[in-house]
Design a protein around this ligand. Structure first.
Ligand code: ZN
Length: 142
């Protein structure tokens, strides 16, 4: 009987530890990953970006002990989630207009007279996308 109880105890312990080691995600925008549970700039290992997966090792009411990139540390439980948060596209990159004609080489911040001449259709893209496609800043717009 004793052995049986011990078996249940061990099973629960093992099961419990497997359960605790679940993947959680950073739900805040920038989360401090610390070596201990003291809030100080000295113990920050790195700053984790939103939706970064972490291996949850244990959890208290304030702190979660997690593994990230082979390192064990602590993050605030308030900024982790068991479901992966949706990362919205950063809005800080400005959108520009490009003319889709093969002879076009400039991107525009507004419908300047250069862009109005465009007959091949205008597309709104991010600045980096315009540059990737080989467009340069329009002299009238910038
Ligand atoms: Zn322009």
């Amino acid at each position: 009987m004793k052995k049986y109880i011990l078996f249940i105890f061990l099973s629960l312990t093992i099961f419990g530890s497997i359960q605790a080691q679940q993947t959680v995600y950073v739900s805040g925008d920038n989360l401090n990953f610390r070596t201990d549970t003291v809030i100080s700039p000295q113990n920050v290992i790195t700053i984790l970006k939103k939706a970064t997966p972490l291996l949850l090792l244990s959890k208290s009411s304030d702190w979660a002990k997690v593994e990230y990139n082979g390192k064990t540390g602590y993050v605030s439980v308030k900024y982790i989630s068991s479901t992966k948060p949706v990362v919205t596209q950063k809005k800080n990159e400005s959108q520009v207009y490009i003319c889709l004609s093969k002879s076009s080489y400039a991107y525009h911040s507004y419908y300047c007279h250069g862009l109005k001449r465009c007959k091949s259709g205008v597309s709104k893209v991010s600045v980096s996308e315009a540059k990737r496609r080989g467009y340069k800043a329009c002299g009238n717009c910038y």
